[in-house]
Ligand binder design. Sequence first.
Ligand code: 4NP
Length: 171
Amino acid sequence: MKREIPEVVGKVAAKDKKRILFVCLGNICRSPAAEGVMRHLVETRGLTDSFELDSAGLYGGHAGELPDRRMRVHAYQRGYNLTHHSRPVRMSDFDDFDLIVAMDHSNYDRLRGLAPTVEAQEKVVRMIDFVKGFPQLDCVPDPYYEGAAGFELVLDLLEDGCVNLLDNLSV
Ligand code: 4NP
């Protein structure tokens, strides 16, 4: 699968406030980690006022929970403190955010299916499209049933992809 920066990113880059929602299945592993990595980058670059960041899940079964303990531990070892509480995706997210970043194909297809308008559909993009390394992968894989290496891989992918996403949004 060829990776390309989606066109909508250019439109979001032109906005004073860029509102980004990261989405996975449970909102306890990948998307809260993506939110944490991006928040850290935005703060490091002094861009906090230009961004609104959040994350959500397509499966609501973990609503209210902190990220999975394994995800928190691996993230903390790299300097990220994940404090988000899981919440399900809601229809208002398609209005409230400019960019909705899906972690895998299933997340992407389901979000595109839920989007109420063509404009909302175009806000849905894939995290992997921003990842420069890892050419063998076509998504950010679900680490839930994996060991430590699965969580480390998620963080490697997110650190790579978030830098490129932010570079494309702050031109
Ligand atoms: P996430 O990982 O989508 O990266 O938060 C998962 C967390 C929980 C479940 C699946 C994936 N689950 O089935 O409960």
